[in-house]
Design a protein around this ligand. Structure first.
Ligand SMILES: Nc1ncnc2c1ncn2[C@@H]1O[C@H](COP(=O)(O)OP(=O)(O)OP(=O)(O)O)[C@@H](O)[C@H]1O
Ligand SMILES: [Mg+2]
Length: 420
């Protein structure tokens, strides 16, 4: 690696998924104010992940080697060593709850300062976390000043009593620790841990969509995560233990073939799953890696995929119902994750959810990487955008709940102290 050149400032996103470990590296090139291509992605890397099962780490050694692999490839691409990374957390056991905090305004003239806001949010954190969970994010939703509700930014206002309603997001302590440990073992430093779907949601939607009401649905391998925005804020997050791997399993059983062949059948399926496909259109399993020729009607494959996609969408809709937004999100649903690549999924979603639907691509992010518009990369790219935004603006840091730094810092210090 070149040592004498001055290293440009990179922001690195590391998405440790159950299917793949993905790295995206970006540079801030423009002004956020224009909103257009403020971030350029300069490199993307994908390696198969090992040592993870359903989002949980089952072998630290294997995860470390997958991450090290991905980071080394990325370093070769950019020609510089990587120092800091933003890590995504996509465990299905993340929990979210509403919590309130209240403080007396400190200044005698009653003008609310950023420190008052900080203290109010801090006091909201006092709510009991579920046992063996750590705070990942504290997202302030609205503030109340002396009884006046619905305030978005109280700094500079006058009052005596400041209340805040926040959404607290907790992650399982053991998982966060293992994740942190695995990344430190590769020798890079951690900027922070971010709930993946938050970074994805922020990247594939516009401010206007978030104001109107929009959901982002990330269909991963073993799980599907959901985030709903309204009035510009996070309204609801959820993670469902069902994902695109279930389709592969169904295909393996339905076609009586191996998981690997079933995976190829799914990935290479080139017909819209909603189409009425003529009987004579068949897929030869030998063309997707099977040892012997076997001809399967494509209509049969489409039916298997459609049945499971419908079930996933049904569960997604149940989550919309839970948030009281079933059929009520004017900006619709945006699909991301490897599972969003199934042809016809958007048409099926429009029907099943009674909403506009689309596949998400990053907003305000440019570059020449072929993965820029790959739905499976929205998480890694989202982490770059998240990191770039937060590194620049302490105000945004507060808005996006990065007080969690303190918690993550605790975990980070612990592992740094035991690093070789
Ligand atoms: N071209 C494709 N067509 C259909 N499905 C695909 C395609 N490419 C990948 N997938 C599926 O997408 C899923 C993986 O998605 P993704 O890579 O987003 O998951 P992950 O981030 O590793 O998982 P998680 O976030 O749940 O830990 C797998 O089930 C895979 O089979
Ligand atoms: Mg993922």
């Amino acid at each position: 690696m070149t040592k004498n050149r001055k290293q440009p400032e990179f922001v690195t996103g590391l998405d440790i998924g159950s299917t793949a470990v993905r790295v995206a590296i970006g540079q801030v090139v423009g002004d956020d104010a224009t909103g257009n291509d403020a971030i350029q992605i300069v490199a993307t890397v994908e390696v198969p992940s090992d040592g993870l099962n359903r989002g949980n780490i089952t072998s630290i050694e294997n995860v470390v080697s997958s991450i090290a692999n991905a980071l080394e490839s990325a370093e070769r691409l950019i020609g510089y060593p990587l120092q800091n990374v933003w890590i995504g957390v996509s465990n299905s056991d993340v929990s979210s709850q509403i919590s309130k905090g209240v403080v007396a305004v400190a200044k005698s003239d009653g003008e609310i300062s950023p420190e008052d806001v900080e203290r109010a949010i801090e006091s909201a954190k006092a709510v009991n976390a579920p046992l063996n969970y750590d705070v990942l994010h504290v997202l302030p939703k609205t503030f109340t000043v002396d009884g006046q509700t619905g305030i978005k930014d109280p700094v500079g206002m006058t009052g005596m009593r400041l209340e805040v309603e926040t959404q607290m997001i907790h992650g399982p302590t053991a998982h966060l620790r293992n994740l942190t440990k695995a990344v430190y073992r590769t020798g890079v430093d951690i900027e922070d841990l971010v709930l993946s779907v938050l970074a994805v949601g922020d990247t594939v939607t516009t401010a206007r969509q978030k104001d109107l009401g929009v959901a982002v649905v990330n269909i991963g391998g073993p799980s599907t995560s959901i985030i709903i925005y309204e009035d510009g804020d996070v309204l609801h997050t959820a993670s469902l233990p069902i994902g695109s791997d279930h389709i592969t399993n169904d295909l393996a059983i339905g076609l009586r073939t191996s998981i690997d062949i079933a995976e190829n059948v799914k990935r290479q399926f080139d017909r819209n799953i909603l189409d009425k496909i003529p009987k004579r259109e068949v897929l030869n399993l030998q063309d997707v890696g099977a040892p012997q020729a076997e001809h399967i009607p494509k209509q049969y494959i489409a039916e298997i995929i459609e049945a499971r996609v419908s079930e996933i969408l049904e569960k997604v809709n149940e989550e919309f119902k839970r948030a009281e937004r079933e059929g009520l999100l004017p900006a619709g649903a945006v699909f991301t994750g490897g599972g969003a690549m199934i042809p016809g999924i958007v048409d099926l979603a429009k029907e099943a959810l009674c909403l506009p639907a689309q596949v998400g691509t990053p907003v305000g992010v440019g570059g020449v990487s072929e993965n820029l518009h790959n739905p499976a990369f929205t998480s890694a790219i989202g982490l770059v955008k998240w990191g770039a935004t937060l590194s620049k603006s302490p105000r945004k840091r507060r808005k996006f709940g990065m007080q969690s730094m303190k918690v993550a810092d605790g975990v980070k210090k612990f592992f740094r102290s035991i690093m070789p």
